[in-house]
Ligand binder design. Structure first.
Ligand code: 5GP
Ligand code: ZN
Length: 118
């Protein structure tokens, strides 16, 4: 399958790993938008949050377990935000379910944090 993140999981494309277990892989985003910007992905290919089902939803729990472990291991003590973009309106560019973990900065919240695309 021609999927960028599947290639990152199997090592075909190099990445800066921050965490890995049986179910998930986490690595540094190539174009960080915060001082800490990791991507956490299930090792199973799921194209996006709109494809989460009763059969595969346990993997989402594994992603959040990994996020908590990463936050502890990396001493992210002041909090973090997890975002998943799904579909064109949200700006999903890679069609393999992924969760952005953002930290290291005090983040805004409100209408202004949902910037309209140009
Ligand atoms: P999306 O826009 O789909 O929510 O997020 C995709 C993310 O993947 C972007 O933040 C982008 O910077 C990141 N990304 C795209 N290609 C690569 C890559 O080859 N390596 C890494 N580490 N991140 C990538
Ligand atoms: Zn994939």
């Amino acid at each position: 399958m021609d999927c960028l993140f599947c290639k990152i999981i199997n090592g075909e494309i190099p990445s800066a790993k921050v965490y890995e277990d049986e179910y998930v892989y986490a690595f540094k985003d190539i174009a960080p938008i915060a001082p800490i910007h990791y991507l956490i992905i299930p090792k199973t290919h799921i194209s996006g949050a709109n494809e989460i089902t009763e059969e595969n939803s346990a993997l989402v729990a594994k992603v959040f377990e990994a996020a908590a472990k990463i936050a502890k291991a990396e001493n992210i003590e002041n909090g973090f935000r997890i975002i998943t973009n799904c579909g064109d309106d949200a700006g999903q560019t890679v069609k393999h379910l992924h969760f952005h973990l953002l930290a290291g900065v005090k983040m805004g919240w409100g209408p202004e944090s949902v910037n309209a695309a140009e």
